[in-house]
Design a protein. Structure first.
Length: 201
């Protein structure tokens, strides 16, 4: 089982301190949500946990000693995929390097992406682009799944797809969601509110 321990971490950008003195442990297959007002650093903390951004102070440690890219599967609206690749090519490329939970055909069928396999990523709607990113993350075998505002640009149908897919395929993973939308973290049982780590003016 993976556990992630944050010890007195802080993050500063120029003169702004997003949060400080944050100590917390994420463990086992629990489901966590990072809450907080805008600019409290939810997305930044998620990136620090995943090793993509370094904290200004403090440290993050992991119980499993392996390359960080093997520990995490990640999705964010800020992610950039290859615009000239078709949906099919993106999935085939991704799973040359990652272990899939189910076959590619099962992923496409389950995500209703089969009609779009021949489309270039750049041609997709904003909602479909986000669905491709989420599907790649959700169907990747990894100890932890990190999700930043996962239902961005989703309608009600795709939001329900997200909720159902998480419940079906991600029960045996540690999940951390950065969000202020309740529909994105209905399955979470642990709450970490970053407002309490915001420095007082």
């Amino acid at each position: 089982m993976l556990s992630i321990t944050c010890t007195y971490i802080a993050k500063r950008y120029v003169k702004e301190v997003l949060f400080k003195d944050l100590s917390y442990t994420f463990s086992d297959n629990n489901k966590y949500v990072l809450l907080g007002a805008n600019s409290t650093g939810k997305s930044t903390l998620l990136k620090i946990i995943g090793g993509a951004v370094a904290p200004t102070k403090g440290e993050v440690s992991y119980s499993l000693l392996t390359d960080k890219h093997k520990l995490f599967s990640f999705s964010s609206p800020e992610m950039h995929l290859l615009d000239d690749f078709t949906v099919r090519e993106l999935f085939e490329l991704h799973f040359q390097f990652k272990t899939p939970k189910i076959t590619l055909k099962e992923q496409w069928d389950q995500s209703n992406l089969t009609p779009f396999l021949g489309k270039r990523f750049a041609e997709l709607s904003s909602g479909l682009k986000n669905k491709v990113k989420l599907a790649l993350a959700i169907f990747t075998e990894a100890p932890a799944l990190l999700l930043d505002e996962p239902c961005t640009n989703f309608d009600e149908t795709n939001t329900k797809w997200y909720q159902d897919t998480i419940q079906t395929y991600c029960t045996d993973q540690l999940i951390i969601v950065a969000s202020n939308q309740e529909s994105e973290y209905t399955f979470c049982t642990e709450y970490l509110n970053l407002n309490q780590y915001k420095p007082t003016p």
